[in-house]
Write a protein that binds this ligand. Structure first.
Ligand SMILES: [Zn+2]
Length: 231
């Protein structure tokens, strides 16, 4: 399959579903696994696969933007996909996790996409407690338990709660920005597909060729024809 076809198929797989389910659709399209099986991967393991897929499609360097909360300047920076990948695949935590509770430690497991889907309908202020309840397979006893468990879960699966410390190039303000590999991949994919479809549109309008015929052209030929039609 050509790169253009791959991009279009992935985009189609990710259109028209809830954002929480999109990473599973994209990975299912790529790896041929069932979304239901992928839903059981830890979030970090899932995100590591998404970063690998992104690198295959767009290369190792990840261009990112972050607006400064103080002055609004848009800061541009690049991340190395391999450096993120090296943060590790935590299908299992390094050591068994347990949150301190009023009646003793409560075992925890890492969060998965299935957990995110399960709490998606909750009011935003109840989501964290809902996720902790699923991770400990019991209702957390109190707010302190929720807080402690949430911190442990973040530390045990760092790729799933990725945040970066930046200094604004405009005003010098230090700030923290979260990076969601799934959202990053989808934004880049949508932009690439829009460019591709705009090229198909211009060549189809100019020459009357079919979409299939235009997509079958090598990128060099497509660029040469676009040049000739003045696009
Ligand atoms: Zn700033």
């Amino acid at each position: 399959m050509s790169r253009a076809e791959t991009l279009l198929r992935l985009w189609e797989a990710g259109c028209g579903c809830a954002p929480v389910e999109r990473p599973l659709r994209l990975l299912a399209q790529t790896h041929g696994e069932e979304p239901a099986d992928l839903a059981g991967l830890s979030l970090g393991a899932r995100d590591r696969r998404l970063i690998g897929l992104r690198e295959t499609l767009f290369g190792r360097e990840m261009a990112c933007v972050a607006p400064c909360p103080a002055c609004g300047s848009v800061n541009e920076f690049a991340l190395d996909a391999r450096a993120l990948d090296a943060m590790g695949d935590r299908d299992q935590p390094d050591a068994p996790l347990a949150a301190p509770g009023p009646d003793g430690p409560v075992p925890l497991r890492l969060l998965t996409t299935a957990d995110l889907i399960a709490v998606a309908g909750l009011p935003p202020d109840q989501m964290r407690a809902g996720l902790v309840a699923r991770a400990m397979d019991a209702e957390p006893a109190d707010e302190a338990t929720i807080e402690a468990a949430a911190r442990l879960l973040e530390a045990a699966d760092p790729l799933a709660a990725l945040s970066l410390d930046l200094a604004c190039a405009g005003c010098g303000q230090d700030f923290e920005v979260g990076l969601d590999p799934a959202e990053h991949l989808w934004t880049e994919l949508v932009a690439a597909v829009r460019r591709l479809l705009a090229e198909v549109h211009r060549l189809a309008a100019a020459y009357g060729w079919s979409e299939t015929a235009i997509l079958a052209l090598s990128p060099a030929r497509r660029a040469a024809y676009l040049d000739m039609v003045g696009a």
